[in-house]
Ligand binder design. Structure first.
Ligand code: NI
Length: 169
């Protein structure tokens, strides 16, 4: 089922998600729906708050559905190590048509639970590291617009307000 993706400034997007404690069929259905929604939107990642579920859950697939082994479910994720810096363009499904350069660590190690509740650690670099940081930010209630420079952030907030007034947001 394709879910509705909430756009900024829906309040749930700015709230830290609750930890996931039940690893049941309902959770697995949400995970499946989140992947389906991401692919339908041609995104590479989605976090539960973006579909109105205030939980610490995110799905990532940097292959956009092309490579099954790239499907990644991160539950209660945290970054336990990071190094380097990359300044690359980034987008977000909750900010349609907005792309901006954002500083991220070049490499990260994350710790998370899978959809059965099993803890694992995983390294990511480049695009995967960027996606992990962007999505883990989402479950913390942090949005990429607040990772931009103040100048770019204000420019984009003005652009959003203009689109809102025109009924295009
Ligand atoms: Ni996003």
């Amino acid at each position: 089922m394709i879910l509705k993706i909430l756009k900024y400034p829906e309040p749930v997007l700015s709230q830290p998600g609750e930890p996931v404690t039940e690893f049941n069929a309902e959770l697995r259905k949400l995970v499946a729906d989140m992947f389906e929604t991401t692919y339908a939107s041609q995104g590479i990642g989605l976090a539960a708050p973006q579909v109105g579920v205030s939980k610490r859950l995110t799905t990532i697939d940097v292959s956009m559905g092309k490579n099954h082994t790239d499907k990644l479910v991160l539950i209660n994720p945290e970054i336990i190590f990071q190094e380097g810096k990359l300044y690359e363009e980034e987008g977000c499904l909750s900010f349609p048509d907005i792309r901006e350069k954002v500083v991220r660590a070049a490499k990260v190690r994350i710790r998370a639970q899978d959809e059965h509740g099993k803890w694992f650690e995983m390294d990511g670099e480049d695009l995967l590291a960027r996606a992990m940081q962007h999505e883990i930010d989402h479950v913390d209630g942090m949005l990429f617009i607040f990772r931009m420079s103040a100048l770019k952030r204000d420019l984009n907030l003005r652009k959003i307000r203009k689109m809102q007034r025109a009924g295009e947001w």
